[in-house]
Structure formats: structure tokens, C-alpha cells
Design a binder for this molecule. Structure first.
Ligand code: UD1
Ligand code: UDP
Length: 362
């Protein structure tokens, strides 16, 4: 069996790490890196820390407008698929790399397996929502992290090939948190006391590319009762520089972190403030209260459980919620049992067993 995995952005390297191990026990995996993320601390650091195999193909697409970036990836992934003729293509999440990988495969009649299928914000102005909906509708195997995702797909008429496997990010966290305990020096390096700081991340286009929203978020972070560590995504760094923004003295803006340092920093934080999907989930998994800088979330279970609160981008709302958020003592398991990757790999192999390798693009 040959499975071509298409990744390109930071969270996809993290999701791919546990699945790749499970898959490689029984199949040949061809790893394709689109090059969507390319800075060392947005890409290579994850391959080093998580011992991900080096990509078989690096497409080097880089940053561009949505259409150009997705189009260049589509053409380049198609070439790889025609050369390698895999039995299946595996994609993760909701980035432009996800859509390009799924579309290139579907057009060649190669079955697509989508890990993190069924997530919905119901906000079509998000580029990710377009990517997810389209990817799900061309996928053969829809591997859902939550029951909510299964219901979302059913509401769109997608029932065949839908499986609730759990969340592979939970598998990754269980595997790498012990390594973070051994290797990460981030608290000492930043002079932080456990429980005495906030971690913030901001990168959604709706926040980073809107100067007013971004300024309001930064102002809110400056108004928190604890110092804030802010690993800055390159999109946000660019936006802050363009606006000539000066962050308040209690907000420490730093370069993006590797996964081990990020896990350690999150685990010991008093509070997490984020617009990231993955970071919202990790906050819940680690038992750290979370404020989400959006009006909706793909992970509503974390809000219903009382551990996550949607605060939008208003400074006052953010500061008030930081003071009032009081999660309950219960934290029911929402993201599976830590073997989602094994389940996903088995389902992919079962799907490909009777699949012929495609030779043409007719
Ligand atoms: C992308 C995904 C988003 C995901 C995020 C994870 C899409 C539409 N968006 O958003 O769903 O949550 O990745 O982090 O696919 N840049 C660099 N160096 C890099 C990468 C990016 O400087 O290594 C800068 C460039 O100026 C680029 C900008 O960041 O234009 C945005 O990068 P891009 O990959 O287009 O989108 P993200 O905001 O990273
Ligand atoms: N992450 C990281 N370093 C950082 C910020 C985030 O390793 O400086 C990790 C984080 O722990 C999570 C993943 O990146 O596992 C989330 O990715 P991101 O926020 O970029 O994207 P999203 O999940 O919103 O798609």
C-alpha cells in the first residue's frame, strides 16, 4: 500500500506525527510538504522535535494569495500523484494545503482520507471553512475528532465513510508532553513561574489582518492581571510591524516556539488566550482555562464544558472574562482515548486494500 500524505502548515506537522508512525507500520508513506509554511520555527523544528520523516517531496510553494497558493499546490501535488500513483491521499485539517491535496487526488480518482473531517464554524468568510467543506465533500474517508463533527457531516448528507476516531492532536500531546518535561527549558529561559502568566496566540486572518481588532486584542492582553507571553505568528508579526504597533510592557512578544516549548508553556499557564483551533483544544486537554478571540468555535464542546469562553476581539470583554472565568472541576474527555492515529491508519489501510493504483489523469 502506498499512501501519499500532503502537509504544509504548522498544525499539520503536529497532527501527522502520530498518524505517520501508525501508518508506516503497514504501508509505504510518501510525505509531500507543500511549503506553505517554510520558516525554520514554522516547519523544520517540528520535523526535528517529532522525528517526522523528511518529506519525500518539498514543493516549495511558499506564501501567496489564496488562489495562487492553492493553484500552485494543486498543480505540483498532481505531478507527484501522477509519478507515485498512491492508493490513497491523506490530508489534515483545513488549510490551503489540505484543499490542494484533496482536490488533486479527487480529480485523479484517488480516494482521499481527511483527518479532522466535519469541523464547522458556519462562517464562510473564513478561508478555513471553505477548505473544510470542499475537502469533506471530495473525501472517501472522513475521520472525525468529535461527535459534533459526525453530526455536522450528516447535516450535509455525508454519512458514508464517516468515522469518529478521536483527535490525533490528543495522541500527539500524550506522546510529546513527557518529552517536553524532559527537554523544554522555556520557563527558565523566560523567567516564568508556573501558574503566574498567560499564554496568547493570534493568527486568524479576521484578527491579524484587521488593524482595529488586532489593536484591541493587544490592548486587552495588556490589561490582564498577569504578564503575557505572546509567541507571534509571522502573519501577525507582519501586521504589527505594518501598523507600527508597540505592545504593552506586560506583553512579551517572542518568536514562534517549537512544539515541546509550546506544550510546556501552555501546561503551566494560568490562562490561555487564543484564536487558534489547536491551542483551544490543547488548553482543554491540559486543564488550562481558555479565552477564544472569536465569536464562534469549531470546538463548542470545550465551551459547553465551561473551560473555554468566546470573547471576540474587544479589550474590555477579554479583561472581564479573564477575571470571571471559573471552569468547573469536571473535565470530561472530549478528544478520544489517545489512539485516534491507530484507528485512522487502520481505516485508511482498509479503504486502500481493494484500491487499484491510478495510472492516468483522464
Ligand atoms: C495558515 C492556515 C490556517 C492555519 C495556520 C496555522 C490557510 C488559508 N490558513 O494560516 O488555517 O490555522 O496556517 O498556523 O491555509 N509566513 C511567514 N513564514 C512562514 C509562513 C508564513 O513569514 O513560514 C507569513 C507570510 O507573510 C504569509 C503569512 O505568514 O503571507 C500567512 O501565511 P499563510 O500560510 O498564508 O497563512 P497562515 O496565517 O499561516
Ligand atoms: N504551536 C507551536 N508553537 C507556537 C504556536 C503554536 O508549536 O508558537 C502549536 C500549538 O501547540 C498547536 C499548533 O501549533 O499544537 C496550533 O497551530 P496553529 O495555532 O498555528 O494553527 P491552528 O490550530 O489554528 O490551525
Amino acid at each position: 500500500m502506498i499512501v501519499a500524505t500532503v502537509v504544509g502548515a504548522r498544525p499539520q506537522f503536529i497532527k501527522a506525527a502520530p498518524v505517520s508512525v501508525a501508518l508506516r507500520r503497514q504501508a509505504r508513506e510518501i510525505l509531500v510538504h507543500t511549503g506553505q509554511h517554510y520558516d525554520d520555527m514554522m516547519s523544520d523544528v517540528f520535523f526535528r522535535e517529532m522525528a517526522l520523516p523528511a518529506p519525500n517531496y518539498h514543493l516549495g510553494v511558499g506564501s501567496a494569495s489564496h488562489g495562487r497558493q492553492t493553484g500552485e499546490m494543486l498543480a505540483a501535488v498532481e505531478e507527484v500523484l501522477l509519478a507515485e500513483r498512491p492508493h490513497a491521499v491523506l490530508v489534515y485539517g483545513d488549510t490551503n494545503s489540505t484543499l490542494a491535496g484533496a482536490l488533486a487526488a479527487a480529480k485523479l480518482h484517488i480516494p482521499v482520507a481527511h483527518v479532522e473531517a466535519g469541523m464547522r464554524s458556519f462562517d464562510k468568510s473564513m478561508p478555513e471553512e471553505i477548505n473544510r467543506v470542499l475537502t469533506d465533500h471530495v473525501s472517501t474517508l472522513l475521520l472525525c475528532p468529535t461527535e459534533t463533527a459526525v453530526r455536522n457531516l450528516a447535516a450535509e448528507g455525508l454519512r458514508d465513510g464517516v468515522h469518529h476516531v478521536g483527535d490525533v492532536m490528543y495522541d500527539a500531546l500524550l506522546r510529546f508532553l513527557p518529552l517536553a518535561h524532559v527537554h523544554s527549558r522555556v520557563l527558565d529561559d523566560l523567567g516564568l513561574a508556573p501558574g503566574g502568566y498567560v499564554v496568547a496566540t493570534v493568527h486568524r486572518a479576521a484578527n491579524a489582518d484587521d488593524p482595529q481588532r488586532l489593536a484591541s486584542i493587544i490592548c486587552g492582553l495588556g490589561g490582564l492581571d498577569w504578564p503575557t507571553v505572546f509567541p507571534v505568528h509571522p502573519r501577525t508579526a507582519r501586521a504589527l510591524a505594518a501598523a507600527g504597533s508597540v505592545v504593552p510592557p506586560t506583553v512579551r512578544a517572542i518568536e514562534p516556539l517549537g512544539y515541546l516549548d509550546m506544550l510546556r508553556l501552555e501546561e503551566q499557564a494560568r490562562l490561555i488566550v487564543t484564536d487558534s483551533g489547536g491551542v483551544q483544544k490543547e488548553a482543554y486537554m491540559l486543564g488550562v482555562p481558555c479565552l477564544t478571540l472569536r465569536e464562534e468555535t469549531e470546538w463548542p464542546e470545550t465551551v459547553a464544558a465551561g473551560w473555554n469562553c468566546l470573547v471576540g476581539a474587544e479589550a474590555e470583554r477579554l479583561v472581564a472574562a479573564a477575571r470571571s472565568l471559573a471552569p468547573p472541576s469536571e473535565r470530561p474527555p472530549l478528544f478520544g482515548d489517545g489512539v485516534a492515529a491507530e484507528r485512522a491508519a487502520s481505516l485508511i489501510l482498509t479503504m486502500t486494500q481493494h484500491q487499484e493504483r491510478k495510472t492516468t489523469c483522464d
